[in-house]
Design a protein around this ligand. Sequence first.
Ligand code: GAP
Length: 488
Amino acid sequence: MSIENAGIFPKIIAHAKEYGFVFPSSEIYDGLQAVYDYGQNGVELKNNLKLLWWKTMTQIHENIVGIDAAIFMHPNTWVASGHVASFNDPMIDNKDSKKRYRVDHLIESYAEQLESEGKSDKAKAVLEKMNHLLVLEDFEGLYQLIVNEGIKCPLSGTANWTEVRQFNLMFATQVGSVAEEANTIYLRPETAQGIFVNFLNVQKTGRMKIPFGIAQIGKAFRNEIVARQFIFRMREFEQMEMQFFVRPGTEMEWYHYWKETRMKWHRALGIPEHKLRYHDHEKLAHYANAALDIEFEFPFGFREIEGIHSRTDFDLRNHQELSKKKMQYFDNEINQSYIPYVVETSVGADRIFLMHLCHAYTEELTGEGENQKERVYLKLHPAIAPVKAAIFPLTKKDGLPEKAEKVYKDLKTEFRVVYEEKDSIGKRYTRQDLIGTPFCITIDHQTLEDDTVTIRDRDTALQRRLPIHALKEEIGQAVAFARVFEKL
Ligand code: GAP
């Protein structure tokens, strides 16, 4: 991570707030840690990402259907899934600052610091040791690693640590009005379980044949002890998960298929190859027999955006045992009943929102000498941009606003477009650049004569003349989801 890169992150956070993408939650009360709200532009960007994912899964893959399960689930769900027993993270507290850290985050930050000092071999050795200790769940060993390396609390600057302890990340609440009768239930920490418990409902009512998938988008909640990096790690976030049910023994084939397919999806949305990579898990989650992350290079380093997990029959088998309801599928191709194996793809809507925001944020110098100026714009893929085009009359007179409004009315039935007549044309261009609008269309005096307009491209700032009747086709081509699907 270069210093220059790290320095850009606070600017991106400020930009997200200033231009209506992301606000701190309940900001008038000074916010709530690790909880955020999406503003008028943010919600459009996020919805576009979600819709694109949804259509990729349920429209492009003929053997995947979607569901929308409730956030609250029977408490036994989380016993069967293993979350009650083992959805824990090892934590350590600094006794002076009273700050609590996730042990892996603390050590990873230390390794990043070593890396930036040119001590790559040492950084690698520390991370290898940490991974080894995490796999063994050797908390004493992790504590010793922190102490031996002299890792200090970034706040107090001291190495006065407590022992390493486990904390469960699920939020609990009560259902029922009378305290004695109330049952503890959890806010779901992953959406996946809503799919597992509905596996047979969907399979039977949809007459699905293995291999098939069930997709879902929804909120998940984790009591992340250490809130870090803006919307990267939140307590309330949105997951887009797809469980793919396969015949046992074929899971590795499907694991590789989904690993590649999901990487292609991120690239198809304009994220360059060198900014994405795979990271194989050494410490496997309690349910997986193979797992990897797709990582993106954020300004603060490569981090996970999506997980691909081969979950075996862990979840369905445990639900079968606890619920005493059969979770089996009869495969008439081989004349056998079995509990299917599952390969899951799990991506955070907020994570890829942040990825696109970071990738799109562009600062550029334009002009020469004294006229040189900095231009900031969001180079978002047109398919996910909050506004597809802005329509401007060059001036507020000579019938230009009336003509521009006509163009606006005609386009708004197809695309999310805005009409603006306030301020100079330059200021209006800038406002749209800042939110990533790919096209600005200007109605000028020539329009009144020949029904042509200028259309300005956000990234090159170049203008062309086009007949009004060609606008729908021009914008439609650029923003169509089909352009993304073609690359998959
Ligand atoms: N069902 C599997 C599962 O939940 P995970 O790796 O814990 O796997 C999957 O989470 C994805 O959910 C992550 O890759 C990330 O994009 C997103 N995610 C997880 N925790 C998050 C958090 N606290 N804030 C935002 N996104 C999160």
